[in-house]
Ligand binder design. Structure first.
Ligand code: PGA
Length: 257
């Protein structure tokens, strides 16, 4: 099944509302200058919660997706500091990033919590972007496959997928995030292929064939094309390089043949 590449910017804790408006202006200018990808690529941005509404408004006619970087699993209640899936849906969000390595390793999010979030996001009509990835010592000790298989199986334990559009997976080796070190094309392709096989055993081959698996970890305009050429790499989750609109567009052009 052909998978339309999906290139998403994760702004993390960057870009205020006014910065998002400037980003959209720059995005429009870059497109007018011919910076858009020639092939079909879906773009998306995940700004901080407080920037979501401004970005949705500033997006105007541009057709990139907008999503959040986290969500709580309950629909309402006494959960100080949390945001419910329905709140994101009402704002007009399309997706939510879940299980990002910073959530897992800086904020101690467990697989069980991530699994509840994946299910709650699905129920609220938000596409979960489930992130998996091994730490450096796990790769060095040959445990990459074990770690990412466990994260994938655990993250999907409360959902039953009926269509490939209901899920996006992001493979993000922790040692490559924000470090300037990218996985080699072979390392990334191997992990993506493996994840697709595991997904097949969970949800069936047809769904596994259609689910987009993004690579994340120091993706830049200069390394996007070689990663994009790999058969199981269906897009990117881009941190630092997505803060600049022209650079995100240049990364999307990595999928041009
Ligand atoms: P990076 O972040 O592109 O800055 O390495 C990727 C991510 O965390 O999704």
């Amino acid at each position: 099944m052909p998978r339309t590449p999906l290139v998403v910017g994760n702004w993390k804790m960057n870009h205020t509302q006014s910065a998002a408006r400037v980003w959209c202006e720059n995005y429009g200018k870059a497109l007018a200058d011919g910076a858009g990808a020639k092939s079909a690529v879906t773009l998306g941005i995940a700004p901080p919660f407080t920037t979501l509404a401004a970005l949705i408004e500033a997006r105007g006619r541009h057709d990139f997706l907008i999503g959040a970087q986290n969500v709580h699993w309950e629909s309402s209640g006494a959960f100080t500091g949390e945001i419910a899936p329905g709140m994101l849906n009402e704002l007009g969000c399309d997706f939510v990033i879940l299980g990002h390595s910073e959530r897992r390793h800086v904020f101690g999010e467990s697989d069980e919590r991530i699994a509840k979030k994946v299910a709650a996001a699905r129920e609220a009509g938000l596409t979960p972007f489930l992130c998996v990835g091994e730490k450096e010592d796990e790769r060095d000790s040959g445990r990459t496959e074990l770690v990412i298989e466990n994260q994938l199986r655990a993250g999907l334990q409360h959902v039953e997928l009926t269509d490939a559009s209901e899920l996006v997976i992001a493979y993000e080796p922790v040692w490559a995030i924000g470090t300037g070190r990218t996985a080699t094309t072979e390392q990334a392709q191997e992990a993506h292929h493996f994840l697709r096989q595991i997904l097949g055993s969970i949800a069936g081959a047809e769904i596994a064939d259609g689910v987009r698996i993004q690579y994340g970890g120091s993706v830049k305009p200069g390394n996007a094309a070689e990663l994009a050429a790999m058969p199981d790499i269906d897009g990117f989750l881009v941190g630092g390089a997505s803060l600049d609109a022209a650079s995100l567009l240049a990364i999307a052009r990595g999928f041009d043949l």
